[in-house]
Design a protein around this ligand. Structure first.
Ligand code: ADP
Ligand code: MG
Length: 224
C-alpha cells in the first residue's frame, strides 16, 4: 500500500450552502497499480485526486502516504513531497503557451530542485514521448496529442512514484486518446503507479481496477 484515504470527507461552502464533495471515502492504492476512478460529472473525482495528491485538505479523515498522514505534515514538507513523488496531468494540459516544449518541461525539473544531469534527462523523457523533433517549438504550435505528451513529459521528468491523470484524454480525438492511453499503459508496465480519472467506461476497462464514485461516495465494487 502506497497511498490511502481513511474516512476522508470534503465539504465546500458555496454561495447557496454547503456541498459535500466527498463523504467518508476510504480507498487504498498499491504500488505498481493502474487504477481508474470513474463516476458522473460533479461526483467528486477531481476533488479526490487533488486530495490524494496533497492539494486539498480533507475536512475530516486522513490521507496516508506509506502510512504517514500527509495532511499532518507542514505545508512545506507536503510541497516537497509533491514536487518529488507526485506527477499530475490534466484534461487541459496546462502548458505555458509562450514557452517551448523543452522550456515547459524544464520548469518542472527546477521545481523538483534536482540539478543532476538535468538536460540529459529532459531530452531522454522527451524522446520517450516521441517529441525529439519538437523541442524548440512553442507548445501552442503543437497538436493536442503532442501537447498532452509534453504535459506527460513534464509530469514524468522528476520520475515521480505516482502519476495522477485527470481526464487526460477528455480533449483528444479517439486516435490521439488511444495513443496517450498506450503511453500510460507502457509506463505502468514499467512499474509506475497510475491513477486515471475518466468518465468513459471503455477507458476504465483498460486499467487493472476501477473505483466508482457517485455523489461523493465510493460504490461497492462490481469488478476488482
Ligand atoms: P468531478 O471531478 O467528479 O466532476 P469535482 O470533484 O470537481 O467533481 O466536484 C465535486 C463537487 O464539489 C461539485 O459539486 C463541485 O461543485 C464541488 N467543488 C469542487 N471543488 C470546489 C471548490 N473549490 N469550491 C467549491 N465547491 C467545489
Ligand atoms: Mg473533474
Amino acid at each position: 500500500m502506497i497511498l490511502k484515504t481513511q474516512l476522508a470527507t470534503k465539504r465546500f461552502s458555496q454561495k447557496h450552502g454547503e456541498v459535500i464533495a466527498l463523504k467518508d471515502v476510504s480507498i487504498e492504492i498499491n504500488k505498481g497499480e493502474f487504477v481508474s476512478i470513474t463516476g458522473p460529472s460533479g461526483s467528486g473525482k477531481s476533488t479526490l485526486l487533488l486530495m490524494l495528491g496533497g492539494m486539498s485538505t480533507p475536512t475530516q479523515g486522513q490521507v496516508f502516504w506509506e502510512n504517514e498522514p500527509i495532511y499532518q505534515w507542514k505545508l512545506k514538507e507536503r510541497a516537497q513531497w509533491r514536487a518529488k513523488k507526485v506527477g499530475f496531468v490534466f484534461q487541459s494540459f496546462n502548458l505555458i503557451p509562450y514557452l517551448t516544449v523543452i522550456e515547459n518541461v524544464s520548469i518542472a525539473m527546477r521545481l523538483a530542485n534536482d540539478s543532476a544531469r538535468e538536460k540529459e534527462r529532459i531530452l531522454q523523457v522527451l524522446a520517450d514521448m516521441k517529441l525529439s523533433d519538437r523541442l524548440h517549438h512553442l507548445s501552442s504550435e503543437l497538436s493536442v496529442g503532442q501537447q498532452q505528451r509534453v504535459a506527460l513529459a513534464r509530469a514524468l521528468i522528476k520520475n515521480p512514484e505516482i502519476l495522477f491523470a485527470d481526464e487526460p484524454t477528455g480533449n483528444l480525438d479517439p486516435d490521439t486518446a488511444a495513443e496517450v492511453l498506450a503511453v500510460l499503459k507502457k509506463l505502468n508496465n514499467e512499474g509506475k503507479t497510475i491513477i486515471l480519472i475518466t468518465h468513459d467506461p471503455n477507458i476504465a476497462k483498460m486499467t487493472q481496477r476501477t473505483i466508482r464514485i457517485v455523489n461523493g461516495e465510493i460504490e461497492p465494487t462490481a469488478r476488482s
